[in-house]
Design a protein around this ligand. Structure first.
Ligand code: SF4
Length: 312
């Protein structure tokens, strides 16, 4: 590894430890925080890295009554919350505002935390979702418009991303932007610029995910270079010294996932969604206090979502 990057990683790790102590927060979603698709398996984009396949694994709730009903059942079974997501229309929007009344009912009648992926959003839509009581929004930021075109098939410019980030910030909804390492066929393109685009907006965390090989898609054989996670996470820690940086759930599996977890911890990540056993052992061997939370990783750790009986 480039010694310059190694040095920056060490400084980034030291910065995180100084701010938050020597700790790692691990996030487990599964049945405690399931993802619900409000479009079923339908998506108007058919992106190269997903092709709608990821939606097939989610609970399908395509109308408000089904969403309310499902949320109540999940609440009764002890879930901590739900992620409302789905496919995009051809403009890159997930139709979450159509579900705003249902989200309000869920917030009024259950104890669930409700977060959403919205895609591009207008100020009016952001205020509607704020009024519904939605707890937070994850928003994918792509820093290279060629990548957005090649992978998502979207004709967008940087202003489209900036106006959505501004809309969410101005509506004062908890925002946890996602950046996907290697989205453009495994190569680094706009990831570092995406961090610059996010800077200046109030975020609970910046979530770094990675291109995940999904069977049956054009990118099914492609994995990003794990070192690129170190590059992006180190830069994120340097750029957002007051905010924890998070390694999100989507990333490679197997040995690459272990290496990504290793490099992410060494680069100063504070939160890891669905950690490998390797990461847990690494934390134990290096004296980290580790706690588990049953939510999506964009949400700050809280005693209400902590899973007891944890490694320390
Ligand atoms: S990356 Fe984190 S916030 Fe995004 S879907 Fe995965 S667990 Fe949830």
């Amino acid at each position: 590894m480039d010694p310059g990057l190694r040095k920056r990683m060490q400084a980034a790790r030291a910065l995180t430890t100084t701010r938050s102590g020597k700790r790692l927060n691990f996030y487990i979603t599964s049945e405690m925080f399931p993802s619900i698709s409000i479009t079923g398996s339908q998506c108007g984009l058919n992106c190269k890295h997903c092709g709608g396949k990821l939606l097939e694994r989610l609970i399908s709730c395509m109308n408000p009554d089904t969403l309310i009903d499902t949320a109540k059942k999940l609440d009764g079974k002890g879930a901590k919350g739900i992620l409302v997501t789905g496919g995009c229309n051809s403009s890159g929007k997930v139709p979450v505002t159509n579900m705003s009344d249902a989200i309000k009912t869920i917030k009024d009648t259950t104890d669930l935390t409700v977060i959403a992926h919205t895609g591009f959003i207008t100020p009016e839509e952001a205020y509607v979702l704020k009024d519904s009581g939605l707890d937070g929004i994850g928003f994918d930021v792509v820093g290279d418009m060629g990548t957005a075109k090649r992978v998502y098939g979207l004709d967008v410019d940087e202003n489209d991303y900036m106006s959505s980030l501004d809309a969410l910030s101005n509506a004062d909804i908890m925002l946890f932007p996602h950046i996907c390492v290697g989205l453009d066929g495994g190569r680094m393109k706009g990831e570092l610029h995406a961090l610059e685009m996010i800077k200046g907006h109030k975020v609970s965390t910046v979530v770094i995910t990675g291109l995940m090989p999904v069977a049956g898609t054009e990118f099914s054989e492609i994995k990003p270079d794990p070192i690129d996670f170190a590059r992006v996470i180190t830069e994120a820690v340097e750029m957002f010294p007051q905010s924890p940086i998070t390694l999100g759930c989507a990333r490679s599996s197997g040995r690459d996932r272990e290496l990504i977890d290793h490099l992410a911890i060494e680069s100063g990540v504070e939160n890891i969604a669905i950690p490998t056993q390797y990461a847990v052992r690494y934390g134990a061997n290096h004296g980290y206090v580790m706690e588990y939370y049953g939510t999506c990783c964009g949400l700050p750790p809280s005693k209400n979502t902590r899973i007891p009986g944890v490694v320390s």
